[in-house]
Design a protein around this ligand. Structure first.
Ligand code: NAP
Length: 315
């Protein structure tokens, strides 16, 4: 019988019950229990923690962890709060999440390519005016971040006939039909040529504030921005100025500096901003539990910890 696995997170009671039920169904041979229900001996003995935005003070009460499995794909909070502990952090890499995110990128790209923000405004004004159609083959989508999610989105966009470019930190082979960029000069090229820039970057020391006034001013005039990565990658004031000045035509934002987006944020009311409540790539209990189960069983069988986040790199 293996030791009890600790479950820690700031989920509401219903979400926690859903994740625990999915984990129990995927891992019937394991005992997985919320941190608050663990005895002192179980906390001492715990080797693995499954987490969803855990309280670092609670994680610190598990002194013998061998590794931590996050239920989320983005790990900036874990790296910040727990990176110094040296306990390996394994993040969620879920093909179902990548598929859902790619679908969202395609949906909101179509929203922009088919001029839906303009038609919404025209309807509000009672205006009947047909705008020129711009085919996907004449529309360049630039993806910032060519990892699990960026690659899936790029393939989906290529399949829909868009011209696709993508930017990564290190030079790498881009998926078929995708023009790859890397490094600082690569970002300049991508921003200058994209009709729609899609941010699928992780939040790290390097990417925080990356899309600031200077970089937004190098975007193709009239381009649009989709941010599905993390809020602090885009400087909100600079984005609002770029929209007000007409440099950018529209922004679709799913992630924000503070979530939920505060009621007083000007983003809520800006006519050229679409606000989404962090729904572009939801983690579902069933699909994430299946991924966690695969990683845990491999660990039990081999003793090898799954590939962990590079804390120094931040993702
Ligand atoms: P990933 O597989 O780790 O890929 C990250 C990509 O970003 C890689 O291509 C990496 O370059 C690139 N990158 C990182 N730092 C960079 C830098 N300084 N300059 C240029 N490129 C850089 O991550 P993922 O699974 O695709 O997820 C990406 C992010 O999406 C997550 O971190 C999370 O914040 C966000 N997310 C959002 C939602 C949502 O619902 N809105 C859902 C899930 C995830 P290399 O290829 O060179 O390493």
């Amino acid at each position: 019988m293996s030791e009890t696995i600790a479950f820690l997170g700031n989920l509401d009671a219903e979400e926690e019950a859903d994740f625990l039920a999915a984990l129990a169904a995927s891992l019937p041979e394991e005992t997985i229990r919320p941190f608050r229900l663990l005895s002192a001996q179980e906390r001492e003995a715990a080797r693995i923690a499954i987490v969803a935005n855990p309280d670092p003070a609670e994680v610190a009460q598990l002194p013998n962890l061998a590794w931590i499995h996050s239920l989320w794909a983005g790990v900036e909070r874990l790296v910040r709060d727990l990176g110094a502990s040296g306990v390996p952090i394994v993040r969620l890499i879920d093909p179902e999440l990548a598929r859902t995110m790619a679908e969202a990128v395609l949906a909101w790209t179509y929203y922009l390519q088919r001029d839906m923000p303009a038609y919404r405004r025209q309807q509000e004004a009672g205006t009947w005016r047909q705008l020129a159609y711009r085919p996907p083959g004449e529309t360049t989508i630039g993806i910032l971040g060519l990892g699990t999610l960026g690659s899936a989105a790029a393939e989906r966009l290529v399949g829909a006939g868009f011209r696709v470019a993508a930017w990564s930190r290190s030079p790498k082979a881009a998926p078929p039909g995708v023009t790859g960029f890397s490094g600082p000069e690569g970002l300049a090229g991508l921003l200058a040529s994209s009709d729609v820039a899609v941010c699928l970057l992780p939040l790290t020391e390097e990417t925080r504030g990356l899309l600031d006034a200077g970089r937004l001013s190098t975007m193709k005039p009239g381009a649009a921005l989709i941010n599905f990565g993390r809020g602090p990658i885009v400087a909100t004031d600079a984005l609002l100025a770029a929209l007000d000045g007409g440099r950018l035509s529209h922004a679709v934002l799913d992630v924000f500096e503070v979530e939920p987006l505060p009621a007083e944020s000007p983003l809520w009311r800006h006519p050229e901003v679409t606000v989404l409540p962090h729904i572009s790539g939801p983690t579902t209990p069933a699909s994430s539990a299946a991924i966690v189960a695969g990683n845990l069983r491999a660990y039990r069988a081999t003793g090898r910890i799954p590939q962990a986040v590079d804390v120094a790199r931040g993702y």
